[in-house]
Design a protein around this ligand. Structure first.
Ligand code: SAM
Length: 503
């Protein structure tokens, strides 16, 4: 039985190789990228989950079989193909070149194993069973995920800040005082976003043990777990709170066409140390980021949620508290069904400076790209934007369908592809004329834009027949009929004409 020695490796900027291009390899690639590695992937076929990362991260893709030369200048290699012989061959080559190797599901060919990890910002709890039972490691991770408060991610930033402050002032607190100072009261304070209160409380407690030399120890169980920074030039009288913190910019990316971001939004991306972006954000916008900026995908892809909302809120706070300029780039406008308000509240509660750069919302832009003005003299003097996320057949919803049916004006429905049939029935049931013009715009402003027109009674069926997919915006109201005259960008027709020409 092998007894493993747990360490935390610094792989930032180091070249790491992943052999394999499937789902298992994708998880390893993500883990390596999140630790700042330069990742190379070698596999004849590479799943989209890996390929999608390529434009935004330092990652090389080689669509071919493994060659021993791939190990040149490699710090570590993960062999994650579905062929155990290939994995063993990679391991043999790696060992002959003294490159650290992990072969998936093959402990005998592993110099290191990748633990299950519970992550709270910079705090990581790594679980290993010595490769005896990955299922147990996962089980423990799930248990800890439920039990370890998210606030630890912020707490470590607060503690690091206090530690730096004490160093600058020449105050030395002993390890026992640190242990006593970190308790549930401090954690609760951080969890409520009262970081200044937590800092004051910690200082009050730690100042009592002033002048006791701090023990130097770089293990996780000791007082110091990171290298001693040289005393810097920050004035000792700088406020205790978040004097050298970064900031957060919540920016709208527009509806899809990269030309529809604002000038301010584009400047913010160019300035960012970290860009946290969503799925609906055009990939080419990220090219404006500096080469050394970190690009973090936070959206959902194929049902897989990269980060939960709580994790996103925490990430923004942790990065800004660590001094980074963080741009939170969201599709459309950040405050229109974008949960931008929740993110702003999390940041504000943590005392972090932030700004908001509005974006061109799909609620107006998608209709505009279909030639539908959401207001039009004589046809609609108001427009209402609602979410289709709420199932109208479920009791206790927050949308007053009766009021909407009576309102007049234009109704714009976001996130309503799945629920369109139920919503149109609900509106008709509450008195809206079934012959009211309606249109659905899929992926407005992008090359995938498609428009389906009809009336309230048949628009859901037409959209279904045309296999309309998210993201799509539905417009209900007299203005929708203008699409027939004003649709200035019928890509579906253009594409059909191009296809016909080609045949
Ligand atoms: C979570 S909401 C975010 C809205 C975004 N904050 C905005 O202001 O546009 C996502 C929904 O916006 C709509 N949407 C976003 N981009 C779109 C586009 N290019 N064309 C049509 N609808 C779009 C779809 O209804 C999609 O389900």
């Amino acid at each position: 039985m092998t007894s493993y020695f747990p360490v935390a490796l610094n792989i930032e900027g180091r070249r790491c190789l992943v052999v394999g291009g499937g789902a298992v390899a994708a998880r390893k690639v993500d883990a390596l990228l999140s630790a700042g590695a330069l990742v190379a992937v070698v596999a004849p076929e590479i799943v989209p989950a890996i390929a999608e990362r390529a434009p935004f991260h330092t990652i090389e893709l080689h669509r071919r079989g493994f060659e021993p030369g791939d190990l040149a200048d490699v710090f570590l290699v993960v062999a994650a193909t579905n062929d155990s012989d290939v994995n063993a061959g990679v391991a043999a080559q790696a060992r002959s070149r003294r490159v650290l190797v992990n072969a998936a599901d093959d402990p005998a060919n592993c110099d290191f194993i990748l633990p299950a990890v519970v992550r709270r910002g910079e705090v990581q709890i790594a679980i290993t069973t010595g490769a005896r039972s990955p299922a147990l490691a996962r089980h423990l991770r799930e248990r800890l995920e439920d039990r370890v408060p998210r606030a630890y991610g912020l707490l470590v930033e607060v503690l690091a800040r206090v530690r730096d402050e004490l160093r600058r002032e020449g105050v030395r607190a002993d390890p026992a005082s640190w242990q006593e100072a970190i308790d549930d009261e401090v954690l609760d304070q951080v969890g409520r976003g009262d970081l200044e209160g937590a800092i004051v409380l910690l200082r009050t407690r730690l100042d009592r043990s002033a002048d006791v030399p701090e023990e130097e120890d770089r293990t996780d169980s000791g007082a110091g777990d990171d290298p001693e920074p040289a005393p810097d030039a920050v004035h000792p009288e700088a406020p205790l709170s978040v004097s050298d913190m970064g900031r957060v910019i919540l920016a709208g990316a527009g509806p899809g066409d990269p030309g529809l971001i604002t000038v301010a939004g584009q400047r913010a991306i160019a300035e960012a140390d970290v860009v946290v972006y969503d799925r609906l954000v055009s990939a080419s916008l990220l090219n404006a980021a500096r080469g050394d900026a970190r690009l973090i995908f936070a959206g959902k892809a194929r049902g897989r949620s990269a980060l939960s909302q709580t994790e996103i809120n925490e990430l923004l706070c942790v990065e800004a508290l660590a001094g980074q300029v963080v741009v939170r780039l969201k599709g459309g406008d950040p405050f229109v069904f974008g949960r931008g308000g929740e993110e702003a509240l999390a940041v504000a509660r943590a005392g972090i400076p932030f700004t908001v750069i509005p974006g061109v919302t799909a609620a107006v832009a998608a209709p505009a790209f279909a030639g539908i003005p959401v207001t039009h003299r004589g046809l609609a003097s108001a427009f209402t934007v609602i979410t289709g996320h709420e199932d109208p057949s479920k009791p206790g919803g927050s949308i007053d369908w009766e009021a909407l049916a009576r309102l007049g004006g234009t109704l714009v429905l976001l996130m309503g592809v799945e629920t369109l049939s139920r919503i149109t029935k609900e509106l008709i049931a509450h008195g809206l004329d079934p012959e009211t013009p309606a249109a659905v715009v899929q992926a407005g402003s992008t090359q995938d834009q498609r428009i389906v027109t009809g009336v309230l009674a048949d628009i859901a069926e037409r959209a279904r027949a045309e296999q309309i997919r998210a993201p799509a915006t539905t417009v209900v109201g007299q203005v929708a009929a203008l699409a027939d005259q004003l649709a200035w960008r019928r890509l579906d027709r253009l594409n059909a004409a191009v296809r016909a020409g080609a045949e």
